[in-house]
Design a protein around this ligand. Structure first.
Ligand SMILES: C[S@@+](CC[C@H](N)C(=O)[O-])C[C@H]1O[C@@H](n2cnc3c(N)ncnc32)[C@H](O)[C@@H]1O
Length: 411
């Protein structure tokens, strides 16, 4: 196992480094190679929450203090990112030096990406492993059916279908929708998988992209096209799993990623609620939990699923605010549910859950706080590298991709 020299650790120390930040504190241990074993999450603690679960322990934090801390950390992160932009050079090398897991998502250097079309597929595999493969539980009867929202080029779908083949699932039907042309936020990404029907080993695989309309999830007509596509080959338009990984270029370097993506998130969730079967699972990518609109959506989902967990898989870059929330065991919609009205309700912040949500607010606030600490540490590490405050070497890789291949059951 190679180790990074202690000089490197000194260079990365933050003024406000908090050893008591329960989850994000081991970033330097990971970076220094002193954490042993296979790590699948950037956070040591992975807790489910739900109305009937009492696993959430931290009662000491007052929400207002937490929110103040989040605002301060957010300002610091914006400042470091601005400084990174003025330094400019060696961004990629710095990203690699600040993240020993970077290579896992690559197609070369032994990275796992040679198995799939892109690093997103690895992220879903990583999430599925963290969840004890709950995403891909075989149905008791009928095909395994999933929808991949904002899914191009198709890495998530590729992982799900590969997993069904490996599990020997009898039939797997996947449906994808993604921006086909462009919209006000930029150009869509092209699909790398198209419609097909095929037998692989014992599994019948069927995949269909929704080509009708523009694929833009912001437009409800497209969601209706998708619902029609999904219901075409079954009596129901319902599926067991919805994954929603929407994002666009303009948001990637924005200072307010959460605000910029909230409309997309509301539209993804509205579509997911229309498509999910009772008992189903939703995987949703988000960039923060602090805007009133996102908080409104989270409260709704908290009340609509049995339990949820926020995750930062190790395959997701530590400098990025991206995180995934997995909601399990959908309770179903009210009989008069209408996705389009629901979207307006969320945009106006007009939802009051009929269950207490203080526990959820603390859970999300604490996750945001820990994420910001992780982002800050990673960005400071990158900045030090870019400024060459010390003579940096890119650390020798101490991680064996084959261990992960086995651990995440990638075949
Ligand atoms: C991070 S990529 C998804 C990667 C995908 N999960 C995979 O595994 O390959 C984000 C996707 O969101 C899509 N997207 C962004 N805005 C969208 C919108 N308004 N409607 C539909 N798709 C959108 C982008 O075009 C892009 O394909």
């Amino acid at each position: 196992m190679s180790k990074i020299s202690s000089n490197h650790k000194r260079a990365r120390t933050l003024d406000d480094d908090r050893d008591d930040a329960s989850s994000a504190d081991y970033y330097y241990a990971v970076l220094g190679g002193t954490e042993t074993g296979i790590l699948s999450s950037w956070f040591r603690v992975m807790e489910w929450t739900g109305q009937h679960l009492h696993s959430y322990q931290n009662k000491d934090f007052i929400l207002e203090d937490l929110r103040l801390e989040i605002r301060q950390l957010t300002r610091q992160l914006i400042e470091v990112k601005r400084r990174m932009r003025t330094v400019g050079d060696h961004y990629r090398e710095a990203r690699r030096a600040s993240n020993p897991y970077e290579f896992l998502g690559e197609g070369q250097n032994g990275g796992l990406n040679s198995l799939f079309m892109n690093r997103s597929a690895i992220k879903l595999a990583n999430l599925d492993a963290l969840l004890d493969w709950q995403l891909t539980i075989q149905p008791n009867f009928g095909p395994f059916r999933f929808v991949d929202l904002c899914g191009a080029p198709g890495g998530f779908s590729e992982y799900l279908m590969r997993r069904c083949v490996n599990l020997g699932v009898h039939e797997c039907h996947g449906y994808g929708m993604s921006l086909l042309g462009g919209n006000e936020y930029g150009a869509g990404v092209a699909w790398k998988i198209g419609d097909f029907c095929d037998f692989q080993q014992r599994t019948k695989l069927k995949y269909q992209v929704c080509w009708d309309g523009s694929g833009d999830i912001l437009d409800w007509n497209n969601v209706q096209e998708l619902i029609a596509t999904v219901s075409k080959d079954s009596e129901t338009s319902k599926v067991q799993l919805v994954v929603a990984d929407g994002g666009f270029d303009a948001q990637r370097n924005a200072e307010d990623q959460e605000g910029m993506t909230q409309k997309l998130i509301v539209c993804e969730v509205a579509a997911a609620l229309e498509l999910l079967d009772v008992g189903g699972t939703l995987v949703l990518k988000l960039f923060g939990f602090q805007t009133p609109v996102v908080q409104c959506v989270m409260r709704y989902l908290y009340a609509s699923f049995e339990r949820m967990v926020a995750l930062k898989p190790i395959s997701s870059r530590p400098a990025s605010a991206e995180r995934y929330v997995v909601f399990v065991n959908f309770r179903g919609n009210a009989s008069n549910f209408d996705g389009q009205c629901w979207k307006n309700q969320m945009f106006l912040g007009q939802f009051v859950a009929d269950v207490p949500t203080e526990k959820l607010d603390l859970y999300l606030g604490e996750f945001d706080r820990n994420m910001l600490v992780l982002n800050l540490k990673a960005c400071h590490t990158m900045l030090s590298f870019m400024k060459r405050e010390e003579s940096w070497d890119i650390p020798e890789l101490s991680i064996d991709a084959d261990d992960y291949r086995l651990c995440w059951r990638l075949m």
